[in-house]
Structure formats: C-alpha cells, structure tokens
Design a protein around this ligand. Structure first.
Ligand SMILES: *Cc1c(COP(=O)(O)O)cnc(C)c1O
Length: 381
C-alpha cells in the first residue's frame, strides 16, 4: 500500500486504488458519532459503551468525542486502555467473575462500579474494594427467549439469589444497584419488559432501593435487509415500563450497548479468491477472521458485490454457499446467501453493519487474518 492518504471518500475508492488482497474493515467515524448521539438523545439515562464489542482505539476516541462518558470494561487491559484514552470517563467493571489481582488493579485505577452474580464473588469484592462510594450491581437473569443467543447461560443470579445478594450488598455498605443483560441482538423491545418488572420485584423483596438499574446491551443492529432495528421503540418501552414497575420512582437508568452502538459504523470487504467451478464462493476472510460471529448470530444479508474497478454488480440474485479461506470445513457462512449472479473472481463482497465482534475476534488461524482498517468519510459505495 504505497499511498499516504489516510481518509478515503468511500469503500469503492479504496478498493479501486489499493486492490487489497487482505480483508478490509472500513470505519466511518461520522456514522459512529451519529449513532452515539442517537443513544444519548433517546435513551432515558446514562449511555455507556461495552468495550469488548470493538476495542479499537479510534472507536473509543470517537465515542468520547460524541459525548459518551462511561464504559463497560471486563479486564485490566480494557481498563488500562480506556483510562489512557478517556481519563475522566466512568468505568463499570461488569464482568461478574474476576481474579483477586484483577480487582486490586481496578481499585488502583479508580474503578468505582462492579457487578456480581454470586456469594463467593461478592465476598471477594468486599475483601478488596474499599466501601467508600463504590457501587456493586447485582446481575440477575430470567429464563426468557428473544435474543440471538442466551446470555443467561453463563452469568446472572436467579431472582431469589439476586434478592439476597442485593440485601447483602447494602449490608456491606456499598451502593446497591441492579443489572441485567437481556441477550445480544434483541430485535423485540419486549425482551426488556420482564427484566424491568423483575428488577422492581427484587428491590421490593429485598427491602432495598436500588440506586441504579443497568438494562444491559442487547440493542440490535441492522443485519437483515428486511428487518430495520427500532431503537426508539426500545427506548420508549424501557422508559415506560421502568416507570410503571417502580411506581413512578425508578432507579437511575444505565445502558451498556456494544453492538447497537458500533456495528453500523464499519463495513467489511472480503475478496473472492475463487468461484469453484462457477459454484461455491471462496473469500479471503471467514469465520476464523472478522466473520467469527455469523454462525452464532446468523448471517448479515446486507451485501454488495463490486468489481475490482469499483463498479457494483447488479445481476439477478443467486443463492450461493460462501466459504472462508482456511482448510477447516466449519469455515463457512451460515446457509446460502443471495449474491448477484455476475460476480467473478477478484470481486469484493462488502458486508454492512460489521463493526461489532469482528475486529476483536479475528484470529491468525492457518496463516490468514492479516486485516486492514481504512477510515472513510462515508460507507455508501
Ligand atoms: C458484551 C456485553 C455487553 C454488550 O452486549 P451487546 O449485545 O453487544 O450490546 C453489555 N454488557 C455486558 C456485561 C457484556 O458482557
């Protein structure tokens, strides 16, 4: 890549000039900042960002520029990075199980907010975190469906245990709060309804007024061309149900979106290495690269095909199997995907809405995974 230009007009300009043989992630800061403002203006409380969904430093910096003042961090490395890039931001250490050295590091870095879903981890926190003005949020779960996959499978206390833990948090003298995560990519606003009502029940039964209620991530991104996410409907439901459930006096609300904030600000371009006997598509990226998540959360069908000259392929749709570059046969995108019938070797497929759980889970398996990030003014071709 001989050019020194660092901000490109759009993806097709970059592809036409650079002809990259490695996968490219196109980042549009303007899109990220606009999404952040949509959350800040629409969500009825504090908006924080779940760093794990995309920890690129450019992402953190642009979120700060857009007015995001809090971050959900899960490890010392994430704490170190956010402190460095956003020294005055609030850090919420919402990984419910941590090693003692990790907790000690967080205390040293001034972290004042932690989540917990078990007695053993609450005891551990209480041994290391000075009471002072520290907040401990009890994370609970419900047996509800509605998300792309079940977050309750790993974390979250039952409503009964959460009730006891909330009481114990208050008894220790910490600021008692509650948190849940309804599951990722919740397209139905009702995913939040039962959780908000259960939170009120936990407070009543514990006899504890929660200071804050964190309603998680789970906000959907635009993955399927036929299904446009309705963020405003979700914000409205959260405001209304929180008010109803807590009889007009809800705790201060917090959200910690990852996907919903970052996904739309990146598009991903992968090159067609081969069209095997005119049938199956082999890309230079796949499920061990930036597309790690697609077999779990389902395909993104917002795909454009462009020729090496940057011209969009407009042929009739034809369903194809898409494989990634490794010699592992699970390296395949789910199902069959509609692509223009006139695609050819050397073309690029550009997937929209790829900013979450993509750059961060890219591996070097089988010698692939050398990925480039290019900044663009806009993502439209
Ligand atoms: C991953 C994670 C999130 C973000 O989830 P999304 O579905 O990407 O919005 C939020 N909170 C916690 C505690 C998480 O682990």
């Amino acid at each position: 890549m001989g050019l020194s230009k660092t901000i490109w007009t759009n993806p097709s300009e970059f592809l036409r000039i650079e002809q990259p043989d490695n996968p490219v992630m196109f980042f549009a800061p303007a899109v990220l900042q606009a999404t952040a403002r949509q959350f800040i203006d629409g969500f009825p409380g504090l908006v924080t960002y779940a760093v794990k969904s995309n920890p690129e430093e450019m992402v953190i910096q642009n979120l700060v520029a857009a007015g995001i003042q809090g971050f959900d961090v899960a490890s010392p490395a994430e704490i170190e990075m956010v402190r460095r890039l956003a020294p005055s931001a609030a850090l919420h250490y919402n990984n419910p199980v941590r090693g003692r050295h990790e907790i000690a590091y967080a205390v040293e870095m001034g972290v004042k907010s932690y989540s917990v879903d078990s007695r053993s981890e609450l005891k551990k926190l209480a041994e290391i975190v000075p009471v002072g003005d520290a907040e401990i949020s009890v994370r609970f779960k419900l047996p509800v469906a509605g998300a792309a996959y079940n977050f309750g499978a790993k974390f979250g206390a039952t409503v009964e245990l959460a009730t006891e833990l909330l009481r114990e948090v208050a008894d220790y003298g910490f600021i008692p709060s509650l948190t849940f995560h309804p599951g990722t990519q919740c397209t139905d606003p009702m995913a939040w309804d039962a959780y908000l009502r259960a939170a009120a029940e936990i407070c009543t039964n514990a006899g504890v007024k929660a200071r804050r209620l964190n309603v998680g991530g789970g906000f959907p991104s635009h993955r399927l061309s036929t299904e446009i996410p309705q963020l405003d409907a979700i914000f409205a439901l959260i405001a209304r149900v929180a008010d109803e459930a807590f009889a007009g006096e809800p705790p201060a609300l917090v959200c910690e979106p990852g996907r919903g904030l970052v996904a739309e600000s990146f598009s991903h371009a992968a090159r067609i290495k081969g069209l095997r006997d005119g049938e199956h598509v082999f890309l230079n990226d796949g499920t061990y690269g930036c597309m790690d998540e697609l077999p779990i959360t389902g395909i993104i069908d917002r795909i454009a095909a462009v020729s090496p000259e940057g011209a969009r392929r407009e042929g009739e749709a034809r369903a194809r199997v898409i494989f990634g570059p490794t010699c592992d046969s699970v390296d395949r995108l789910p199902g069959e995907v509609d692509l223009p019938e006139d695609i050819a070797e050397g073309d690029y497929l550009i997937f929209s809405g790829m900013g979450a759980y993509s750059t961060a889970t890219n591996t070097r398996f089988n010698g692939f995974g050398a990925m480039v990030i290019a900044t663009v003014m806009r993502l439209g071709l």
